[in-house]
Ligand binder design. Structure first.
Ligand code: IPD
Length: 259
């Protein structure tokens, strides 16, 4: 980790947050990527601002970004960027969306920032140095039993996968105090890190939705994995994220889910 990378990512996330505020007050034009997957001018402009700032500071690094795709850099480092996680919420003016920026080096996420411009909440972590929310240390909840837990999830854009997701959702609704579907995976994972939620699971997600959040959560004491409890592959399109004690109880259920 070079000094300055996290600071640069924080500055880029805040600048993107200003773009999102500006477009929200001006009015947004929506374009559809799929039947339910959409993109706004704000996503595109926020990503342009982020990549511009990061490229200027670290010209040799690669990128994996939601709107701009993949570009290899000359070093083993790359930025993983979601300029607007929670685009559907944003397009409707529902205040749950965030900017997510992670730095991956030699395949490992080493720094992450998730910025909620509505609440001005900035979640950040560097590997081995803990996680913070607006500079204050973050810690996961101590909930031990699934029956006392509040979870979050999301539903896939691929509607063919919806029945399996709803079946799993039903199992968790019955087994917990509640399951929220707020519409921003990056914030869901950070809320587990902050102890506001006890766990999160979802299939159909992308690396840019969860790369930063996964580090923020583990640095806050939480646990991440795939649906069967194996190591998290941020490009594996699925994630279970918990406070730690609940992990075996959650993967016992996700592990039995049909694909
Ligand atoms: C989406 C949100 C949503 C999750 C989807 C994601 P986007 O990201 O994180 O909560 O359920 O899987 O793709 O498309 O708004 O950046």
């Amino acid at each position: 980790m070079f000094v300055g990378e996290l600071e640069t990512a924080v500055a880029a996330a805040r600048a993107a947050g200003e773009v999102l505020h500006r477009y929200l007050s001006q009015g947004i034009t929506v374009r559809y990527k799929g039947p339910v997957d959409l993109v706004t001018q704000a996503d595109v402009e926020a990503e342009r601002v982020i990549t511009g700032m990061l490229r200027e500071a670290y010209p040799t690094y690669g990128f994996l970004a939601e709107e701009g795709g993949r570009s290899e850099g000359e070093s083993d480092a790359r930025w993983i960027i979601d300029p607007l996680d929670g685009t559907t919420n944003y397009a409707h003016g529902f205040p749950a969306f965030a900017v997510s920026i992670a730095l991956q080096r030699a395949g490992e996420v080493v720094a992450g920032v998730v910025y909620d411009p509505v609440r001005d909440e900035l979640f950040a972590a560097q590997r081995g140095q803990g996680a913070t929310l607006n500079g204050q240390p973050l810690r996961v909840s101590e909930t031990q039993e699934l029956g006392r837990a509040l979870l979050a999830t999301g539903f896939p854009y691929d509607l063919g996968k919806l029945p399996a997701a709803l079946e799993l959702f039903g199992q968790f609704v019955a087994a917990t105090q509640g399951v929220r579907r707020a519409g921003s995976a990056a914030l869901d994972v950070c809320y587990v890190a902050a102890g506001r939620l006890d766990g999160y699971y979802e299939r159909g997600i992308w690396a840019w939705d969860i790369a930063a959040g996964s580090l923020i959560l583990t640095e806050a004491g939480g646990t991440v994995s795939d649906f069967r409890g194996g190591p998290l592959d941020i490009e594996g399109r699925e994630m279970v994220a918990t406070n730690g004690p609940l992990h075996p109880q959650v993967v016992e259920i996700t592990g039995g889910a049909s694909a």
